[in-house]
Design a protein around this ligand. Structure first.
Ligand SMILES: [Zn+2]
Length: 294
């Protein structure tokens, strides 16, 4: 059902439901004109269909134990420039290299999943397909719309994008229209702060700017709540987590640290593939980097 909706042109409505904290079954919109049903109640109380039982949220230990689904974190997707330094080259994928890695994901029998499906799996234990993997893209560079989106659509892969909001509509970065295009194509969008500050050492007067405002900005662009984020540099500290919760985020993605046993939803692990990895190396990392205790 999810995949059908993901591919359907009208998938946007479904995504709204999926991004909510509790995956309540989507009832018929109560805002639609009442149908002329003879038995329609005349009271103002909306007739609430009996929902299927609300899934039970797992304990922190259960969520941590389920945190074995590989999550990849990509950054720049473009041809290398002569003045790209060492770090730049480590996070920049020429389009052909990026294609080779995604084709390896496909040929290796992996199933890219939506972030919402991963979060439901972690929180509620809802099942995932065989060999799931989540693809994520940080920072919001233009290649996410020009390189990643067409290839993801060609392969039928969903993915999650985490743009900084400071860059929106700037040259070489995603525009607000790009975000709406990604969203309309069934991709998911999360926050990545305003301007990429380290959240382990953020001054206390900046939480609102870095956590609350970006989610509000993205929600306004997309017309839906945004309640997932990725830490800049993948970095967090125990003092970070209460602010993330306070700002309304359901989940947050980091990089290589161990999952926090008390806050596993706010410390979901990812790995950054290297552009030097061939397909077999990438698949080996998916297998090995997310085993318990890795
Ligand atoms: Zn980043």
């Amino acid at each position: 059902m999810r995949r059908r909706h993901f591919l359907a042109a009208g998938g946007a409505l479904f995504l709204t439901a999926c991004s909510r904290t509790v995956p309540t079954p989507v009832a018929a919109p109560t805002t639609s004109a009442p149908l002329p049903t003879p038995a329609a109640p005349t009271t103002s109380a909306a007739p609430t269909p009996t929902p299927t039982p609300t899934p039970t949220r797992g304990t922190a230990a259960e969520i941590a134990a389920r945190s074995t689904v590989p999550v990849l974190c990509y950054h720049q997707l473009r041809e290398l420039e002569p003045d790209d330094g060492e770090y730049s080259r480590s996070i920049t994928f020429p389009p052909a290299t990026f294609r080779a890695q995604l084709e390896a994901v496909r040929d290796g029998g992996r199933t890219p999943i939506r972030a919402a499906a991963l979060l439901d799996h972690l929180e509620f234990g809802t099942p995932l397909p065989e060999k799931p993997v989540l693809l994520t893209f940080d920072d919001g560079s233009a290649g996410h719309a020009t390189v990643a989106l067409p290839l993801l659509q060609e392969l039928g892969f969903p993915a999650m994008f985490f743009p900084m909001t400071v860059v929106l509509d700037k040259p070489n970065w995603l525009s607000r229209d790009d975000l709406r295009r990604l969203d309309a194509a069934g991709m998911e969008i999360g926050a990545h702060t305003w301007d990429h500050q380290r959240l382990d050492r953020l001054p206390d007067d900046q939480w609102h700017t870095q956590l609350d405002e970006p989610a509000a900005t993205l929600a306004e662009v997309l017309g839906r709540p945004v309640d997932v984020m990725a830490y800049p540099f993948g970095v967090w500290a125990p003092r970070t987590l209460p602010h993330v919760t306070e700002a309304g985020y359901r989940a947050a993605f980091q990089l290589a640290e161990a999952v926090d046993p008390e806050q596993p939803m706010l410390t979901i692990r990812r790995v950054m593939p290297s552009p030097t990895w061939d397909g077999d190396t990438l698949l080996a990392h998916l297998d090995e980097d997310f085993t318990p205790g890795a």
